[in-house]
Design a protein around this ligand. Structure first.
Ligand SMILES: NC(=O)c1ccc[n+]([C@@H]2O[C@H](COP(=O)([O-])OP(=O)(O)OC[C@H]3O[C@@H](n4cnc5c(N)ncnc54)[C@H](O)[C@@H]3O)[C@@H](O)[C@H]2O)c1
Length: 321
């Protein structure tokens, strides 16, 4: 399988390492409009060719698969271009920034019988896998989930992760992570009583940096009602990304690959076994080889996208009126 990597940032490095470790995968072309940057990345990561755009890379021939690791507003257009050129696509999260766009990409993939997978990498973390197992096995009945995804304040960014130069969107980025996590833990559902509240628009972005989401879910796994509260921020002085599950049998905290209860760590973040990105990329490559739907295809993410779109509609309406 010949891979075209689009983007040369942090996630492009993580995917390059994961993909090159898989048998019969060739890192072939890297795309960046800044060709000097593409050339430096190609040399560092072992790619054979560079191109300024996805169109140019696909037109040069010989590729099978495109991996999109670019700023979020570019995902839809670049994924559509790759699918129209007959490529399988692994796209970083979020796949797109509206329900319409996500459905369009799903339609393009289906029409051409191509694999399209979205990187909900958290689903491949050890702590989350154990949490999902406990709920599925009937060992934990979630009653309430409190989710936090707080990234450091824009303009006061201390970590490489927070130093995006591109405009991020707290709801479409953090929201897709968090809502998908809730779907993963309690099972896919339509929300009851969704409410969405927003802080003011960031003067630089025109979108809110603080978002609060609440809904009631009926878990298709337990058949019971779960109260969900999610807080999203790109305005924090202290980063958090965790899920506190208050269950009938126990209270568990899933955080950055680990799982804790009140006594301490139940599942540690593995130091030696494959990372979430490695497991996720292996699933995508296997799905392409086997000609089957990948684990995180468009039908799987639609319940998440519908909630994020419903919340975004609240923001759009509030700012239109
Ligand atoms: N799955 C996860 O858990 C996870 C974690 C972190 C980031 N992400 C997602 O990964 C994506 C990339 O994030 P990152 O942290 O690597 O960002 P980054 O800023 O480090 O990298 C973005 C790259 O895109 C390049 N780029 C910009 N415009 C381009 C264009 N037109 N064509 C090709 N390349 C272009 C930039 O030069 C840069 O190399 C984002 O969508 C982000 O939401 C997902």
């Amino acid at each position: 399988m010949r891979v075209c990597m689009v983007g040369t940032g942090r996630m492009a490095i993580a995917h390059s390492r994961a993909l090159e470790a898989l048998p019969d995968v060739e890192l072939h072309t890297v795309v960046n409009p800044d060709l000097a940057r593409a050339a430096a990345f190609a040399k560092e990561q072992g790619y054979l060719a560079t191109a300024p755009t996805v169109e140019a890379a696909c037109a040069s021939g010989g590729l099978d698969t495109v991996v999109i690791c670019t700023p979020n507003p570019l995902h839809f257009g670049q994924s559509a271009t790759a699918l129209r050129a007959g490529m399988h696509v692994l796209c970083e999260l979020p796949l797109a920034m509206s329900l319409d766009e996500v459905e369009t990409l799903g339609g393009l993939a289906d029409a051409a019988d191509l694999r399209l997978m979205v990187c909900h990498t958290e689903r491949y973390e050890a702590g989350r896998i154990e949490l999902r197992r406990r709920v599925s096995a009937g060992e934990l009945h979630p009653l309430q989930i409190l989710a936090r995804f707080h990234m450091l304040r824009r303009g006061h960014m201390a970590t490489a992760q927070a130093q995006h130069s591109w405009p991020d969107n707290a709801l479409w980025h953090h929201g897709c992570h968090v809502v998908d996590a809730i779907m993963d833990i309690v099972g896919p559902h339509e929300p009851l009583d969704l409410s969405a509240h927003f802080g003011p628009a960031s003067p630089g972005l025109g979108t809110p940096l603080d978002v609060s989401l609440n809904w009631r879910a009926i878990s298709p796994i337990t058949g019971e009602e779960v109260l969900v509260t999610a807080s999203l921020s790109h305005n924090a002085h202290w980063g958090h990304h965790d899920y506190l599950v208050l269950g009938r049998e126990a209270a568990l905290m899933s955080s950055r690959g680990e799982l804790h209860n009140r006594e301490g760590v139940i599942v540690e973040r593995p130091s030696s076994s494959p990372s979430g990105v490695a497991l996720q990329d292996a699933e995508f490559v296997e799905a392409v080889r086997e000609g089957r739907a990948p684990a995180l295809d468009v039908p799987t993410i639609l319940p998440t996208i519908r909630i994020v779109q419903a919340a975004w509609d609240v923001w759009l309406k509030k700012n239109r009126d």
